[in-house]
Design a protein around this ligand. Structure first.
Ligand SMILES: Cc1ncc(COP(=O)(O)O)c(C=O)c1O
Length: 385
């Protein structure tokens, strides 16, 4: 198999046989001429079922994650919903990390629970707790987000795969924060990889999308059926944008990681800052696991503010979010531009009052690919003001 960057540029993307176009064409069509009833050209019938631009993206995603089949959706949550309603039935249970993305938790706890699918949050770093939470008859899925959003916890994918497979459970890994450039969960034993392609795979904050990638052919067939039957597919233009962005994923993530590493070290020394959460720091509680399963540490950094009490620390966190100028105050992540946010009140507000609530003094940075000295100067003026 060729290297990652070669696959990102070429997998599924041979020049167009009809015209020689080097870049895969954007097939903005809903339907396809049939040569006689049922005489489909290349299997294309209707664009919810299949579209050549989406197919090209799906082939590329499968190649990058080293899976056999990829599926592209209208958003990360649409991908998650399709997966969970494909593999779970009423009475089933989902075991998930105690710090999953707030939207994932909302989907599982508020949308799926009323349909009879229960859930249990656990510390995924505690193998005994995970084993105890998994009931072989009913636990269909262990849901692991690593690194997690926004606490940057890292879970041992190979160890979780062992626990899952000992009881016939699927291990699902949300690989959004790492991207396939830094981590390929299927090669470590995971059964399904989930992405919000809105983030690093899209990379330019201009497209919302999601993806699933699997190795198992039978699971792939079931997902293909449900992708069409449920219909939350990625549109052709959105697919084309993600496909274009995949080509630069490696160089972008190298730069995101270098900038984030430098900023994490700088924050460690800052008197206004308490804990710095970044898997690349040797003092991070899961640094060893991260170093074992990732080839770099990514562009996300979270940190907590010091304060005389909780309220003062929260106030300080809110102030920093409002004072930066180069770091734009906005939700989302993974684009080339740097963003800052307050997870407790923004991206993770839906987890308030639940076991997945995040600390109010936490600030999350999506470190972009600008010049790092400019980013440091912006943080310094915000932290010292
Ligand atoms: C880790 C993670 N997974 C899934 C999602 C959901 O993706 P989307 O917003 O594309 O639906 C997000 C969104 O922020 C996320 O951060």
């Amino acid at each position: 198999m060729s290297g990652f960057n070669t696959r990102a540029i070429h997998a599924g993307q041979d020049p167009d046989p009809a015209t020689g176009a080097v870049i895969p064409p954007l097939h903005l069509t809903t339907t396809y001429k049939q040569d006689g009833v049922g005489g489909l050209r290349g299997g294309y019938e209707y664009s919810r079922s299949a579209n050549p631009t989406r197919d090209t993206l799906q082939t590329a995603l499968a190649a990058l994650e080293q899976g056999t089949r990829g599926f592209a959706f209208a958003s990360g949550l649409a991908a998650e919903d399709t997966l969970l309603r494909t593999v779970c039935r009423p009475g089933d249970r989902i075991v998930l990390g105690g710090d999953a993305y707030g939207g994932t938790y909302r989907l599982i706890s508020r949308v799926l629970e009323p349909w009879g699918v229960t859930h249990q949050p656990v510390d995924l770093n505690d193998a005994d707790a995970v084993r105890a939470a998994v009931a072989p008859e009913t636990t269909r899925v262990i849901w692991c987000e690593t690194p997690s959003n926004p606490l940057l916890n890292v879970s041992d994918i190979a160890a979780l795969a062992e626990v899952a497979h000992a009881s016939g459970t699927l291990l699902v890994v949300d690989n959004t924060f790492a991207s396939p450039y830094l981590q390929q969960p299927l090669t470590l034993g995971a059964d399904v990889v989930v992405h919000s392609t809105t983030k690093y795979l899209g990379g330019h904050s201009d497209v919302v999308g999601g993806a699933l990638v699997v190795s198992d052919a039978e699971l792939g067939e079931r997902l293909a059926y449900h992708q069409n039957a449920m219909g939350a597919v990625a549109g052709p233009f959105d697919s084309w944008l993600v496909l274009r962005s995949l080509k630069t994923l490696g160089v972008r993530v190298d730069r995101h990681s270098a900038n984030a590493g430098r900023i994490a070290e700088w924050l460690l020394e800052h008197p206004a800052v308490g804990d710095v959460l970044y898997p690349g720091l040797p003092q991070h509680r899961n640094h060893d696991i991260a170093a074992k399963q990732m080839s770099g540490f990514g562009g996300m950094v979270s940190f907590r503010l010091r304060g005389t009490d909780r309220a003062a620390a929260e106030e300080a966190a809110l102030r920093v979010c409002e004072k930066t100028t180069l770091f734009t105050l906005a939700e989302s992540l993974g684009g080339v531009e740097s963003l800052i946010e307050h997870p407790h009140r923004m991206t993770h507000a839906s987890a308030a009052g639940s076991p997945l609530e995040v600390p109010a003094d936490l600030v999350r940075l999506s470190v972009g690919i600008e010049d790092v000295e400019d980013l440091l100067a912006d943080l310094e003026q915000a932290l010292s003001s």
